[in-house]
Structure formats: structure tokens, C-alpha cells
Design a protein around this ligand. Sequence first.
Ligand code: NAD
Length: 424
Amino acid sequence: MANVDPFENASQQVHDACDILGIKDKGMRDYLTMPNRLLRVKLPVKMDNGKIRVFTGFRSQHNNDRGPYKGGIRYFDPEGGVKYMEREVMALSSWMTWKCAVVDVPLGGGKGGVFVNPKKEKLSEGELERITRRFAYMLSEVIGPGKDIPAPDVYTTGKEMTQIMDTFSKLNENKYSPGVITGKPISMGGSLARNVATGLGAAYCVREAAKSIKLKLKGAKVVLQGFGNASTFAGEYLEKMGAKVIGASDSKGSIIVQNGFKVNKLIEYKKNRGSVVGFPGSKKVSTEQLLTTKCDILIPGALENQIDKKIAAKLQCKIIAEAANGPTLPEADPIIYQKKIIVVPDILANSGGVCISYLEWVQNNMGYYWSFEEVANKMEANITRGFRDTHALSKKHKIDMRRAAMVLAVGRVVEAFNQKGIWP
Ligand code: NAD
């Protein structure tokens, strides 16, 4: 993994979209690929043993032509080290720009984090809070409700988001500032429906994809890879739409139940037994068997780099909705396209999370809060439109949905840039 430069990958996707959009100007391409600002900070923290330890933090602000930067803060230690993390946050901030643009939420792209793995290191609550508040202090001049709005990501939760909000508010004349960050607990100004957002958004995408190929959702067979937040809610909502889940997996293994099962029964089983494996009536299968089993809808909802060209050649589904980030390798895309499987790419299929983060920020700015249904309906409108616009472009240019989503997103950012021009 450390040999792959994620920022090169992200930039290549922008160049591909520029090729289709006829953007030849090198300056414009540089503008679209490079982040507007990359901040690297030193975080001295007093540890519980009384010693000082210095952590490294990043914030990459990729593009804000369509609105304030938006994107997660992760606490992670990728194997390529601090240098790799810098490239990773640059890439992830670029993908956030395109994710917001494809579903037309008026936000830009950002990403950041601290090079630390709180799970591996078993940091105390106090140590974590001191890292978080120091990081918030160092970011305080570049974040804000109208500037850059972070959110939770790998190994960060509503707790850290509350600490960032509190630190920011105290540094700004004690002004209550919930709109500086999203993913907050409900009691701190969080939004209803945030917990189900990604899975629900993926289910809306599947519904639209099914319509586009005239597949009836009633009785359609669904396979979920992973059985966490994104995939369980995607499964539950697809079940409500009439589909039948027949397969699932987690880090301990994969299972198939040919006649299908109720998602809530498997949730209960996994809660008690710690895994989906061993679920009554199920057959244990390999990851490859799970992904290539005959079904209508495949939801990769766990990890990146799961579908390579070998698996792609054996796929037997009609729709893939990428709830996870980056589950399909670039080498697999042409094979899947040739097989006429419709892929809803990650920047669209898992954009429910950022849609509801946007709606959380809107509610914070208004000081007025919507019901679950109101939030879900607004998200549905953004995602449905995002799907239809992407699908139309994929037909127009005869390209797969992944490239079409990038063409749509890059086109929208270029349009905003052209309205403003360059100043100063
Ligand atoms: P999660 O931790 O809740 O669930 C992850 C699931 O994957 C768990 O069930 C875990 O057991 C399983 N898993 C781990 N290793 C596996 C393996 N080798 N094979 C099969 N399953 C394995 O995480 P999540 O929030 O559901 O995120 C899953 C994916 O969705 C990630 O790629 C994440 O970036 C993406 N995503 C999530 C959200 C969100 O709001 N939750 C938003 C956007 C994107």
C-alpha cells in the first residue's frame, strides 16, 4: 500500500475527467489537482507519564470554489508513515471536493488528521483529549463555520468533534459555534439520521440504478461485504424496499444463506457472538465466493481494493453500489463495464454521510432542527439528482459511472471557478 501514491491516483482521475471535458490547459489542471492549502502542525502533548510527546497533524484544504472545505479528521498511522499520511490527506481532500460536487452540496473538499493510532497505543481519555484540543488550537485559524468544517473519520467520534467545537468556541470569544464541525452527538447540535446516512444513501442509489436497468427490487438478491455501519443500514433499507439479503461478511469470514435472512436477526447474532460466521442456516464461504456469488446487487461496504480483475471477471451481479471507499481497483473497471454491470461509484454511493453532514451544518447555522424524515427526504433529493445527472453523462459520453461522476463533479467546480475568476 505504501508504494502507491494516493495523491497521484486522485490526480489521475481529475486528468481523465479533464480529457473528457476538453480541458487542455495545464494551469487549469494544476489548479484542479493541487490542494489550495496544506497545513502541517506540531502538537506537543503532556502524556500521563509526565513526559512530552510531539505528534504531527495535517489539514489539507483542496478546493472551496463551491463552499467551505468539508472533510474528516482521522487519527491513524498508515504504514507508509507521516510522509504517506500527508499524501493520503491530500488525496482524500481531493475526493471530498468531487464527492460534494457530484451530489451538489455547496461545500468544498478537505481532510486532515493526526499521525497516531489510539486503538493500537491504548491512549487514555485524557491523552486523547489533550491531542484533540491541541490540534483544534493549531487549526483554529483555518477552520470555522464559513471556512472549513471537519467531521469524524477513522478512529475519531462525536466525542472528539465536541472537544474541537468547544475549543474553537472558547478561542472565539466563547461564541457558541456548532457549525464549525459536524458528526456531533445530537445533544451537541448533531443531526437526526446521521447514523443511518451512508447506508440509506447507498440504498437510494441502488433504487435508482435498479430503475435504470428495469430491475424490480422486490425479491432482488443482495450481498453485503462487511457488516458495519454502512453495510447493515444499506441492507436494512433495501430490505424495506423489498429486496432480500443473502450474504454478508466481517473480518472473521463470509456467509451465504441461499433463501435470504433478516438483517436485524444477523445484527443480533453478531452482537451476541462477535461475528456473522456461524449464523444458523448459513454456509461459510471465501471472500471471493461471497463477492462472485449470483445475486442482483453487490454492496462492497468494508474495505478498499476488494475487486480486482480476477474477481471482476467472475462477478455475477447486475448492480454494484460502493458503500466503502475505493473497493474496486482501476484494473477491474473496464471488465465490469464490458459485463454491463452498473457501478455506483463510491463518491456517489457513500455520499449520504456528507449530505447529512451538510444538513447538520445548515441546521446549526439556522439554530432550527428538522425531524428525521425531513433530513432523510432532503438527502434523498440530493442523492437521486446526483445519480440521475451521473447516469445521463455516462450515457452521453459512453463511459462508466465512475468516470461520469468525476466529469460531473469536475465540470461543476470549473463552472464555479469560472464565475469567480482569480483575485487577487
Ligand atoms: P464499520 O467499522 O462500521 O464496519 C466495517 C465492517 O467491515 C465491519 O463489519 C468489519 O468487520 C468489516 N470488515 C473488516 N475487515 C473485513 C474483511 N477483511 N472482510 C470483510 N469484512 C471486513 O465501518 P463503516 O463506517 O461501515 O465503513 C465501511 C466503509 O464505508 C469504509 O470504506 C468507509 O470509509 C466507508 N464509508 C463509511 C461512511 C460512514 O458514514 N460510516 C461514510 C463514507 C464511507
